[in-house]
Write a protein of this length. Structure first.
Length: 149
């Protein structure tokens, strides 16, 4: 897989050093789209099992994904024993797995919180809206009726 100088510069600016081939593949647009697809598929599967209906989520924000990907890459690229061996594609698969194990529980918890919020909001029904408060301040003989604009 060949990368343009622009792509190399983008990744280098993101991680602050010259990226390896596995780093270029990991931060590629194709891999980001792949990770987003995997997150969506897992959420569809989990919601079907847990709630009996599939719930589709939007793609995750690219900036947030890049932030977590940067953390995973810097944290695990040099220290993770699995990543010391193998081809760059195998290293990227291992990094993707670490990323998904980190991100998916957060996405699921956010989705569950949103579902609970919607259920609570819908359970409230029609609430009576309170009337505007009336001032009971009668200092210096000024009342609401004596003020004209």
């Amino acid at each position: 897989m060949e990368f343009t100088d622009r792509e190399k510069d983008r990744v280098e600016n993101l991680i602050n050093f010259t990226p390896s081939q596995s780093g270029l593949i990991f931060f590629s647009e194709q891999n980001i789209d792949n990770l987003n697809t995997q997150i969506k598929k897992y959420v569809l599967k989990m919601t079907k099992e847990k709630y009996g209906e599939k719930i589709m989520i939007n793609s995750q924000k690219k900036t947030l994904m890049l932030s977590v990907m940067r953390y995973v890459y810097l944290q695990h690229n040099q220290t993770h024993y699995v990543l010391d061996f193998g081809l760059p594609e195998e290293r990227v698969k291992a990094l993707n797995k670490i990323f998904l194990n980190l991100v998916i529980p957060t996405v699921i918890q956010s989705l569950i919180g949103y579902i609970k919020y919607l259920n609570d909001f819908n359970a409230m029904g029609n609430l009576n809206i309170l009337e505007r408060p009336i001032s009971t301040n009668n200092k210096r003989g000024i009342t609401k009726e004596s003020i004209y604009f």
